[in-house]
Design a protein around this ligand. Sequence first.
Ligand SMILES: [Zn+2]
Length: 79
Amino acid sequence: TPGISNVHDVRTRKMGDMIVVDAHLEVDATLSVEQGHDIAVEARDRVMQRHRVINMMTHVDPYKRPDRDHAKPGHVAGK
Ligand SMILES: [Zn+2]
């Protein structure tokens, strides 16, 4: 999806014959919240159109900047 520089902490789980996805999307750090949001919505739509994904929760991160919410043992990403 245009605007996405990288993806990390992708998690999937099966729900019946469908798949639920969590993903952290890295976008340009200088984008507005609205722009980052729109990119995440587009990425979610694309995944759900092309794959047997029933839902995809996205989390927007600034590209190449560390954040404190990455998955660690015993923690759930994005909470
Ligand atoms: Zn992250």
